[in-house]
Design a protein around this ligand. Structure first.
Ligand code: NAD
Length: 252
């Protein structure tokens, strides 16, 4: 079986207001995919939806704080009620607060975990039964080097990303019989986004690339079935480069 045609299909995307999520939204919209845009930044997500609607894409802005499990559950259920089961869920939203362990409070630590890891659980749980009912779906969590290694000042972000990687592995096994692909995608390169401005060293800032360079990977991932790829950790930069080279070769 080939990749799904994502045109006219829905993607639920968290973290759509800024950074990589915003670039993914624009890429998927350019390929004809409709979008439910979840974010805590009301003004930015509303204006993105407005822009995409002007391009003829159906775009639904949803203001949700992923640290609020009950509010997020309600928001996802309402989105499913309005547009039906999504073809894809991409959980991009995250925060990274660089802070020594001795300065973390439990509440601050818990909030960062809740946005990243609880968010992954609640979003996936909200689309799981609808995807089973439609017979297919693709779930992608955005990963990081911090899902595999420890970094100083990341006692919230690193365990949250490790947990998300673990959740992907379990859901990919359980999702296989329902044809739900579950994968993670790491950026593969430092990206020029608000998150990076807050904590990257000058040397890393020199290597930052535009998040739009990673976006083609997510159109591919949104189109996957479980039998094609599941339980994998993709490098979004490498995958996007390969897709761009293939597209150029096809045009030549
Ligand atoms: N920036 C990098 O170089 C880099 C490297 C590796 C992995 N990542 C990952 O890529 C993804 C995107 O990162 P980015 O650099 O674009 O970050 P960003 O900070 O630029 O954007 C994050 C988005 O998440 C949203 N968000 C934050 N808190 C939220 C909440 N409580 N509820 C709902 N939405 C919320 C923000 O409003 C924003 O739109 C993240 O998962 C991040 O961990 C980034």
């Amino acid at each position: 079986m080939g990749l799904h045609d994502i045109r006219g299909q829905w993607c639920f995307l968290s973290g759509a207001a800024d950074g990589l999520g915003n670039a993914i939204a624009r890429e998927l919209a350019a390929r004809g995919m409709n979008l439910v845009l979840f974010d805590v930044q009301e003004g930015k997500v509303a204006s993105l939806a407005h822009e995409l609607l002007a391009l003829g894409i159906q775009a639904l802005p949803v203001v949700a704080d992923l640290a609020d499990a009950a509010g997020t559950q309600t928001a996802v259920a309402e989105a499913v009620r309005q547009v039906g089961p999504p073809r894809a869920l991409i959980h991009d939203a995250a925060v990274l607060t660089p802070r020594p362990f001795r300065e973390w409070t439990f509440e601050g630590w818990r909030r960062e975990l809740d946005i990243i890891l609880q968010g992954a659980f609640v979003l996936a749980k909200g689309v799981w039964e609808p995807m089973i009912a439609q017979g297919h779906g693709s779930i992608v969590f955005i990963s990081s080097g911090s899902a595999l290694r420890g970094f100083p000042l990341e006692s919230a972000y690193t365990p949250a990303k490790h947990g998300q990687e673990g959740l992907m592995k379990v859901l990919s096994i359980e999702g296989a019989e329902f044809n739900i692909a579950v994968n993670t995608a790491t950026t593969g390169a430092p990206i020029d986004t608000p998150m990076s401005w807050g904590h990257y060293t000058p040397e890393m800032r020199e290597r930052m690339i535009s998040p739009s360079r990673l976006a083609p990977a997510f159109a591919y991932l949104a189109a996957l079935d479980a039998e094609q790829a599941t339980g994998l950790r993709f490098d979004a930069f490498q995958l996007s480069e390969a897709i761009s080279l293939r597209t150029e070769a096809a045009r030549a």
